[in-house]
Design a protein around this ligand. Structure first.
Ligand SMILES: [Zn+2]
Ligand SMILES: [Zn+2]
Length: 116
């Protein structure tokens, strides 16, 4: 895959397995269980000038980095902790019929959820 160039940091430096990202805090090698801080990956993302979209395609996750885009607060009940305020931003999906998706992040517990 042509996109994989420059994505070395997504792979375990010990065994070369693609890292999994079980939380927003760290990435973990599924084979040898080496952990890598997610900030390490996010920092690299900038220097490699690849988009969050590329990373998401690689990892199948939403990286919090995207919140740079149009972040504002709204009264929205967190589905996890019940807190009534969340940061949100909207994002046009690639395919037109998917429409616009709104992403929320709870300002108390950091839980992320989305709404079409
Ligand atoms: Zn490994
Ligand atoms: Zn919450």
């Amino acid at each position: 895959m042509a996109n994989s160039r420059g994505l070395d940091f997504l792979f375990c430096h010990l065994c070369g397995t693609m890292l999994k990202v079980p939380s927003t805090k760290y990435a973990k090698c599924p084979l040898c269980e080496t952990k890598r801080d997610i900030n390490d990956i996010k920092g690299k993302e900038i220097s490699y000038t690849i988009s969050a979209e590329d990373i998401r395609k690689e990892l199948g996750i939403i990286i919090m980095e995207e919140q740079k885009v149009q972040l504002s607060k709204v009264n929205k009940k967190c589905e996890k902790c019940g807190h009534g305020e969340a940061n949100f931003y909207t994002r046009q999906m690639r395919s037109a019929d998917e429409g616009q998706t709104t992403f929320y992040t709870c300002t108390r517990c950091g839980h992320q959820f989305q709404e079409n």
